[in-house]
Write a new protein. Structure first.
Length: 111
């Protein structure tokens, strides 16, 4: 992850927009990968209706915990907001999840 600010004489410099974009891009990639893998898993397991959506949100919560652990206590060096770090992309990934979930469910359990 790219660092955003550096300490110079006790003051912190402004955030780099390029670092912010790079870090958010990495988080989005992780969330998209999680959504596709969780959708494949849910489809193969045959989860349907509410169980499938609960599975996605549990997987997203697990990913948020892993991301926060990776960022550590110095997350301010890499991201502007802790809320964005832990929740960005959760609802955006649901469409990818639905695509893989329904495709694999249909391939394994319907055909």
């Amino acid at each position: 992850m790219a660092e955003q600010g550096e300490h110079i004489h006790g003051k912190e410099e402004a955030f780099s927009p390029f670092s912010i974009m790079a870090n958010n891009s990495i988080i989005d990639f992780c969330r998209t990968s999680l959504a596709s893998m969780a959708g494949i898993s849910a489809g193969i397991l045959g989860l349907s209706a509410l169980k499938g959506f609960i599975f996605y949100f549990i997987a997203s919560l697990f990913m948020s915990i892993l991301i926060c652990l990776k960022a550590g206590t110095h997350w301010r060096k890499f991201f502007i907001s802790w809320w964005d770090l832990s929740t960005s992309g959760i609802f955006g990934g649901i469409f990818t999840y639905l695509l893989f979930w329904t495709f694999l469910y249909g391939m394994v359990h319907v055909y």
